[in-house]
Design a protein around this ligand. Structure first.
Ligand SMILES: CC(C)(COP(=O)(O)OP(=O)(O)OC[C@H]1O[C@@H](n2cnc3c(N)ncnc32)[C@H](O)[C@@H]1OP(=O)(O)O)[C@@H](O)C(=O)NCCC(=O)NCCS
Length: 322
């Protein structure tokens, strides 16, 4: 295996950032390397110049953390930085080295573990290497710059439906709608229901509904809540804002319509309401996750003005990486 200095890593990081920006103007210029950077896996290039490297971070999400619902408890996350326009050869080599590294980690064999990579969706040259090594696309981070057009049915808000801000009195019904998203996404590997999930969601919802300014909107029909859109304000979205270019970034956390209400424009009306509010609050970029295999969400978000930015690939358990 080759070896690199921190300077060479910084240089490769910048080169990868430039490459991303050429592929997709909504990607960040460059990203900070993980702080807890261990010895990187290095791909040798020509004339002694490395073609790239990857840093493997070992994350353990504890029982009782709400985040455990959005993935496995043990997450072995590779951050690759590759220089060449065609990512395939270097990524193939890097994934082989990573597989050998994971084979040496006992936790990589645990059922509740995953090997994970966020890959720029438009960097199509790497996809076959990811598939060859047994990784599957599970999630998408989609992006919408403010003002991007939505494709709306003409009908506006469905009859007898009122869209309004949610408040503390809606705790029970909003928790149910939030759980609806999780139960739905659990079919596609994007969410994993845990014994503690419902109590943790209720607690997070209680906090969200207590914000001074509302960021949760609901659709109400005859006194029953039938739809939800929940956005995290910029100060709660910093954890993901670095995945896109600089801006005032908000994260759309949840979106749900009751099954008997779908297909009549309720979802679109809720999103339009949220976008109007976000525009008025100066939000310049909105990010969200959807499950790649969810048959409803991808087409829906596309019509709402979102498109893929990063694709989250995983192999489960982590040791299943080939
Ligand atoms: C995604 C979701 C929120 C969309 O809500 P919705 O109320 O069904 O959304 P809309 O009615 O605006 O759009 C859905 C479809 O109805 C169509 N439609 C909208 N208004 C219509 C109308 N007035 N007449 C006929 N069809 C209409 C849309 O064109 C769209 O068509 P498509 O199925 O070909 O894509 C909903 O399907 C849902 O809750 N899914 C489960 C949870 C989920 O996936 N959440 C997103 C996680 S990221």
């Amino acid at each position: 295996m080759s070896w690199v200095t921190r300077d060479v890593m910084d240089d490769l990081n910048e080169a990868a950032g430039r490459r991303w920006r050429e592929l997709d103007p909504m990607l960040p210029v460059s990203r900070d390397l993980p702080e807890e950077c261990r010895v990187p896996l290095v791909v040798a290039g020509v004339n002694g110049h490395p073609a790239g490297f990857g840093v493997c971070r070992h994350q353990y999400v504890p029982d009782g953390a709400l985040e455990q619902v959005w993935g496995t408890a043990t997450r072995l996350v590779l951050t690759p930085r590759l220089r060449e326009p065609d990512a395939y050869p270097a990524l193939d080599e890097l994934l082989g080295q990573w597989r050998d590294h994971l084979a040496s980690l006992p936790e990589a064999g645990e059922e509740d573990s995953a090997a994970m990579i966020e890959w720029p969706s438009r960097d199509i040259t790497g996809v076959n290497a990811l598939l060859k090594h047994g990784m599957q696309a599970i999630t998408v981070i989609a992006v919408r710059p403010a003002g991007r057009a939505m494709l709306l049915a003409d009908s506006g808000t469905p009859a007898d439906v009122v869209i309004r801000a949610a408040g503390p009195d809606d705790l029970h019904a909003v928790t149910e709608l939030e759980m609806g998203v999780i139960r739905f996404d659990a079919h596609f590997g994007a969410a994993i229901l845990r014994p503690a999930t419902e109590a943790l969601v209720r607690e997070a919802t209680r906090k969200a509904l207590a914000r001074r300014q509302a960021w949760v909107w609901v659709a109400e029909r005859n006194g029953r809540l039938v739809g939800l859109v929940h956005v995290l304000p910029p100060d709660e979205s910093a954890w993901i804002a670095g995945m896109t270019r600089p801006g005032t970034t908000a994260y759309l956390q949840s979106m749900f319509a009751m099954p008997d209400e779908r297909g009549g424009g309720l979802g679109a009306a809720l999103v339009k309401h949220a976008h109007d509010e976000l525009d008025a609050r100066g939000i310049s970029i909105t990010l969200l996750h959807y499950a790649q295999l969810n048959p409803l969400s991808g087409p829906f978000w596309s019509r709402m003005g979102y498109r893929p930015l990063w694709t989250g690939y995983q192999s489960r358990p982590a040791v299943a990486l080939r």
